[in-house]
Write a protein of this length. Structure first.
Lengths: 265, 379
């Protein structure tokens, strides 16, 4: 068991390793022999067109969807071979931010952030309150948001609250599903900064699904592009712009919108 | 996974090193969420100490937010001049960030006060009853205005929706209304006969069933069933549309949701409920006939003869005249609660519950008003 920074234990260069992953929905092939490595302490963006299976891949890694063959290793553990207790141990070390936060609607923000603490630890209420309010402050929400219900928050605030819940146990890995979608450009840029800050502060590994070219260039160390049922390209955003190597990647990084961003930069 | 936390080296520690002015608080081991309790115990172990000491983090191996919060609050309680020394770079960022965030923490919300909360809740219930009455009246007005517009321009009337709603609220409700009424008609006759037997007036139970059914039971049973079935359905349908912004979309397209959604439903209910009341009346009397045969050994012709002597068309009309008004109330409440739904699925669920409770309550109130009015005017 651990909280803490990635170096604490469970050493190894990679936080997540997918190899030879094959998945079907019925008779429809979704992933064929897909491989992907996520290094410790990096921010990796998963890009790809709509319907290419970015969210399905995330759900598969999280164990919410079954897969046919291949292996998924998280923090050096093969997820398929874990006992219930070991799996809980892994779940404690990752945090997930779903697209709209997926906050529990009948709980306040403070209670939402405390859910993982209640589930996995026995802490005095006072400690949980302090910790939860600290996390809420760290994700940049005002203190008054703690006692509000999710329905009383704006979309951006819900995402921040969802992130606070994902960070409740000081995880090693954070999964973000389109963290900046539905936010205005200023809110999205602020969220990018927040992710970068928290990543540096807490030594997180970040696995992030995104469409947003701005956030890819602003915060991501590497990009992996999902197309044709596998990861077709991965590398630093700059390298992918220089050498796309796949039609979709070229269209994405060198198309009209990307050029506008580059010009602006 | 190696369970490092329990080994000696990683045990969170805290002691006072040195003497006099050079004394400092030495922190050691891992200060993380998993061993937070041990860390708190270690902190209590050093007890009171004079302020202004340095906090030496040279022995600190691992740190997360929970540990950082404990250390930051230790520094804050140790007095103004206390500061961290020998901090590793990777810990420095986290400590700074936690210091910044901790200073932004607001006050703990005041604890609840039972009596004040109870009075507040009571007051809010009273005001919400008042608001409901106003809202319902306004909604009645809006609906009447929409009806006026549609009557002025009959092409606007949503005929298909109207017929569909008659089917959904009327025809589909026939089996359950009929079943409930047969059973209840039988029960009323049997209970009445049992009590009247002491007076040797068993046959009067048929009079009682006839009058009771036509004036009250038929219309009330049908109304309660419809309030349960249709008011909830209206709220759920309209509430879901409201939740998905479909109502707003209609308004921007120049479609009046009252004309399109509310009016067909209410008019359909006003047509369907009197028909259901007729079926309910007949089924209650049929249930009574069956029970009269089983329990009192009275054949059907005798039963009908007795019934014919007891009831008049007046009783039937007294029941039936209530039906359209009751239907109006049920429809209005169902649609209004749907319109009040907000952004979440949870809110739709709440509104459905509110709609059924309010509809049944108002049906009973309305029945009481009619009873007073009709008896005062000699029916």
């Amino acid at each position: 068991m651990t909280g803490g920074n990635g170096t604490f234990n469970g050493s190894g260069e990679y936080a997540i390793r997918l190899s030879g992953l094959t998945k079907y929905f019925g008779s429809q092939l979704i992933f064929e022999n897909l491989s992907l490595d996520v290094r410790r302490g990096e921010i990796l963006a998963i890009a790809g067109g709509s319907g290419q299976g970015k969210s399905v891949l995330l759900r598969t890694v999280l164990g919410l969807l079954p897969f046919e063959s291949g292996t998924i290793e998280v923090l050096g553990k093969n997820l398929a071979r874990l006992s219930g207790a070991e799996r809980t141990g892994i779940e404690r070390r990752w945090g997930v931010l779903f697209q709209d936060g997926a906050l529990f609607s009948s709980l306040t923000v403070l209670q939402n952030v405390q859910v993982p603490m209640r589930e996995h630890l026995t802490l005095p209420q006072k400690t949980m309150d302090d910790l939860a309010r600290l996390k809420i402050a760290m994700v940049g929400l005002p203190a008054s948001a703690a006692s509000k219900y999710p329905s009383e928050l704006s979309g951006g605030m819900r995402k921040r609250a969802g992130l606070a819940r994902a960070l409740a146990l000081d995880p090693d890995i954070v999964f973000l599903d389109e963290p900046t979608s539905g936010l205005d450009p200023i809110g999205a840029a602020a969220f990018d900064r927040l992710i970068r800050n928290l990543q540096q502060t807490l030594g997180l590994t970040v696995y992030m699904i995104t469409h947003d070219l701005d956030s890819i260039f602003a915060v991501c160390d590497r990009v992996a592009v999902l197309a044709d049922k596998r990861i077709v390209r991965e590398g630093a955003p700059k390298d992918l712009v220089r050498d796309p190597g796949h039609p979709w990647v070229r269209e994405y990084f060198c198309g009209e919108r990307a050029r506008l961003i580059e010009k602006a930069l | 996974m190696l369970n490092l936390d329990t080994t000696q080296e990683y045990q969170p520690g805290c002691r006072i090193a040195g003497e006099g002015p050079s004394a400092r608080i030495a922190i050691s081991g891992a200060w993380t969420l998993a061993v937070l309790e041990d860390a708190h115990r270690a902190l209590q172990g050093i007890g009171e100490f004079p302020g202004g000491h340095e906090i030496d983090l040279a022995g600190l191996l691992h740190l997360d937010t929970a540990g950082a919060l404990a250390l930051v609050s230790l520094r804050n309680t140790a007095g103004g001049a206390a500061q961290f020394v020998n901090v590793r770079t990777e810990h420095r960022i986290l400590l700074d960030e936690v210091t910044r965030a901790a200073s932004a923490l607001g006050e703990v919300a005041p604890r609840s006060q039972p009596l004040r909360d109870f009075l507040k809740q009571f007051a809010s219930i009273l005001t919400s009853i008042g608001r409901d009455a106003i809202a319902l009246t306004m909604f009645l007005g809006e609906t009447a205005a929409a009806l006026g517009r549609v009557m002025a321009n009959p092409a606007k009337f949503r005929g298909t929706a109207f017929v569909r709603q008659i089917q959904a609220t009327g025809l589909s409700a026939v089996p359950i209304v009929a079943l409930v009424c047969v059973l209840l008609g039988g029960v009323i006759l049997q209970q009445a006969a049992r009590q009247l037997r002491y007076f040797g007036a068993e046959a009067l139970s048929i009079d009682m069933l006839g009058i009771l059914t036509l004036r009250e039971i038929g219309v009330m049973l049908a109304a309660v069933m419809v309030a349960g079935r249709s008011a909830s359905a209206f709220t759920a349908q309209i509430g879901t549309m409201k939740m998905r912004e479909e109502i707003d979309a209609m308004r921007t397209l120049g479609i009046d949701p009252i004309e399109t959604l509310v009016l067909p439903r209410i008019l359909a209910l006003i047509v369907a409920l009197p028909l259901l009341v007729f079926i309910a009346d007949m089924m209650c009397l049929a249930g009574g006939a069956a029970m009269a045969k089983l329990y009192l050994s009275l054949d059907l012709p005798v039963y009908l003869q007795r019934l014919n002597a007891a009831i008049t068309a007046k009783h039937f009309y007294v029941g039936l005249i209530k039906a359209p008004f009751v239907a109006l109330v049920i429809g209005l409440v169902g649609c209004l609660e749907g319109m009040r739904a907000e952004g979440s699925a949870e809110s739709v669920g709440k509104q459905v519950t509110a709609a059924v409770v309010k509809a049944i309550f108002l049906v009973l109130v309305l029945d009481g008003v009619f009873a007073i009015f009709l008896s005062a005017s000699g029916f």
